[in-house]
Design a protein around this ligand. Structure first.
Ligand code: ADP
Ligand code: ADP
Length: 215
């Protein structure tokens, strides 16, 4: 269970990006955060993932966060495999083990054949798959995705959506997914949380009962 307790985040200058967020995410749940630009979705995701510190309140239950953003932000001078391995190598694991785990993560996202390619040789969808592999290789207990498919064309987006669902069903990871598309949120999630701004807060929290798209 991931639990956010009375989270507030105020930025220097006084913007109250979030106020009084209470949230419990059961293990294995796929939750989407939806709302207009500026309502605090990214800020909430960052706090849950431990990338940012709340002004008050706390987050518990995230041992290791896997994070994916709209831009894959791969190192251009490293191959796909080296990009995925990099975070593991920092953890001090022997290189052979890093490589084996990274190759397995690349197989999971159907990118094994491109292990030796460089990011500029990949399509946008493939770069996002590499970013997902880079998150998975750290063996997270929860996956945090901030508009991961926002920059992709419609066809690639729907392909990656179904791949993500397959991955989620297989791994049973908790997923927090930020999107400004209510349609995408409903198609993918167990639960949709609607947010509003000034201050950023939760205005609705809905369980979804609908069939999901399949590969
Ligand atoms: P969303 O992801 O829903 O678009 P954000 O979480 O990015 O919203 O932003 C919420 C509010 O906090 C906005 O008003 C935004 O301008 C503000 N904000 C976000 N990050 C910062 C920052 N680093 N410094 C100052 N204000 C920020
Ligand atoms: P999104 O809507 O996807 O969250 P934004 O354009 O709101 O994207 O924010 C992009 C980046 O800029 C984020 O890292 C956010 O923290 C930062 N940011 C947003 N608003 C501000 C702000 N008013 N001052 C400083 N940084 C900001």
């Amino acid at each position: 269970m991931i639990e956010a307790r009375t989270l507030t985040r105020t930025f220097p200058g006084g913007t109250v990006a979030l106020e009084g967020i209470e949230l419990r995410i059961p293990e294995g749940q796929f939750v989407s955060l939806v709302g207009p630009s500026g309502c605090g979705k990214s800020t909430l995701l960052s706090l849950l993932a431990g990338l940012d510190t709340p002004s008050s309140g706390s987050v518990v239950g995230v041992e290791r966060a896997g994070v994916v953003f709209q831009e894959a932000a791969l190192y251009p001078w490293k191959t796909v495999l080296q990009n995925v391995m990099f975070g593991l190598e920092l953890s001090g694991l022997p290189k052979a083990e890093c490589q084996a785990k990274s190759e397995a993560a690349l197989r999971t996202v159907h990118l094994a054949r491109f292990a030796k390619a460089y990011p500029h040789e990949l399509s946008g969808g493939m770069r996002q798959r590499a970013a997902i592999a880079r998150a998975l290789v750290l063996e997270p207990n929860a996956l945090f995705l901030d508009e991961p498919f926002g920059a992709l064309d419609a066809q690639t987006r729907s392909l990656l959506q179904t791949e993500l669902l397959t991955l989620w069903e297989r791994t049973q990871l908790s997923v927090v997914f930020v999107t400004h598309s209510l349609e995408e949120a409903i198609a993918l999630s167990d639960r949709v949380i609607l947010m509003a701004s000034r201050p950023g807060r939760i205005i609705a929290d809905v369980l979804i009962d609908a069939p999901r798209p399949r590969e």
